[in-house]
Write a new protein. Structure first.
Length: 87
């Protein structure tokens, strides 16, 4: 079975952008919740020392664009490599 790298890249970019926006909204409106979730996901690490100011719209937009691009590149690269390895 061959994968279409473009479709895989687009799919991962969409999923990644939705997760990024959910995380950014949580950081803005419920930063303590975000710190608690981070602690749960990373085996009890105390993130309180890393908690900074509320992110600016510019930082959120830059993070959104770069994370979405990285997600797309990861999906495309995965599809391309998968097809090369299945030959």
């Amino acid at each position: 079975m061959k994968l279409n790298p473009m479709i895989l890249g687009n799919t991962l970019a969409i999923v990644g952008s939705v997760w990024f926006l959910a995380c950014a909204l949580t950081a803005v409106f419920a930063p303590d919740l975000l710190m608690n979730i981070g602690s749960l996901w990373f085996h009890g690490v105390d993130w309180s020392a890393l908690q900074g100011d509320t992110p600016t719209i510019e930082n959120i937009l830059a993070g959104f664009l770069t994370f979405t691009a990285a997600s797309w590149a990861t999906g495309y690269g995965f599809g391309w490599l998968y097809n090369k390895l299945t030959k």
